[in-house]
Design a protein around this ligand. Structure first.
Ligand SMILES: Cc1cc2nc3c(=O)[nH]c(=O)nc-3n(C[C@H](O)[C@H](O)[C@H](O)COP(=O)(O)O)c2cc1C
Length: 302
């Protein structure tokens, strides 16, 4: 076995493979398909201060090499999470990370503060990039000022590892990453979904209830790789890469572009055991190439 351990600030991952929020439930739903303790980290569903119903249906549309979704952060709120979900997931033997969202810096911080009280949650991922909600979400992730305001508010109350999830729907993602780093983010993850649209020509209507949705899956990988490369060269904090990863080769591309860890999203819907296969595949590649430690390939592309 090659060494697969990586670190994001103080957060130690047994391997660089994590699950992307919104695509792996709370982990428990996948326990029959994949050994959860072999995943480096599980980033659970987006959580907000108040419960959210999400958007009307239809919320999903298939596209060439990907999918569009406009789920809209449906969840039962942070109090429900703390009381009902946390007791069920706290003993899963990996890093359980909560994805936090809000509609103002204050609601992000209030949600993060509640999560901070949970001993077995070592980190949060702050989602400033959801394209599918009317207020908040991506609005914060598309300007340096908006991103900074959320990171600053959360940093005041949250002292464990804070990963900030960035939007690709911007002109210069490296500037947004630098703004997050300046306010004390421990890491940035990217990319969230790219805004897109699909049309039903028979009905002469958009496929999705709110017209637009977020594009994910293999179609977005080249865009995500380019952004990870740009951001990894713009900040000193560790970068988490995602967008279209569905096998070990994809994951290694992200690591070489500068990601310390990666997340897998849409591919979980196609193969619920993909995370373990990617982890094993990274190890196989390292062994086949005589590389003893995964950290040696991180940022290999200058
Ligand atoms: C159905 C669905 C729900 C999602 N929900 C969330 C969410 O709650 N929070 C979040 O930060 N990202 C969410 N995302 C975005 C993914 O975590 C990920 O950033 C994106 O899908 C790109 O990765 P992929 O191509 O591997 O899927 C969601 C994506 C999908 C497809």
């Amino acid at each position: 076995m090659a060494n697969l351990n990586v670190k994001i600030n103080d957060l130690e991952l047994k391997n660089p493979v994590m699950t992307a929020s919104g695509t792996f439930g709370y982990g428990l739903e996948f326990a029959d398909f994949v050994p959860l303790n072999e995943i480096g980290g599980i980033i659970v569903k987006g959580t907000t201060l108040e419960p959210r119903q999400g958007n009307d249906y239809p919320r999903l549309a298939e596209t060439a090499q990907g999918m569009l979704n406009c789920v809209g952060l449906q969840n039962k709120g942070v109090d429900y999470f703390c009381e009902n979900i946390y007791p069920q997931i706290q003993n899963i033997d990996t890093n359980m990370i909560v994805n936090v969202s809000g509609n103002s810096p204050e609601t992000y911080a209030a949600c993060a503060e509640k999560i901070a009280t949970l001993d077995k949650i070592p980190a949060i991922e702050v989602n400033i990039s959801c394209p599918n909600v009317k207020s908040g979400g991506m609005a914060f992730g598309v300007t340096c000022e908006g991103a900074a305001s959320v990171v600053k508010a959360v940093r005041k109350v949250y002292h464990k590892t804070m990963i900030v999830k960035l939007s690709p729907n911007v002109t210069n993602i490296a500037d947004i990453a630098r703004a997050c780093e300046a306010e004390g983010a421990d890491s940035v993850s990217l990319i969230n979904t790219l805004m897109g649209m699909a049309v039903d020509i028979e009905k002469r209507k958009p496929m999705l209830s709110i017209r637009t949705g977020g594009l994910s899956g293999p179609a977005v990988k080249p865009v995500a790789l380019r952004m990870v490369y740009d951001v990894a060269h713009a900040v000193k904090i560790p970068v988490v890469g995602l967008g279209g990863i569905s096998n070990a080769k994809d994951a290694i591309e992200f690591l070489m572009c500068g990601a310390t860890a990666i997340e897998i999203g849409t591919a979980n819907f196609i193969d619920p055991a993909v995370t373990k296969k990617v982890k094993d595949g990274i190890n196989d590649w390292l062994e086949a190439h005589g590389v003893k430690d995964v950290n040696e390939i991180i940022g290999a592309i200058q």
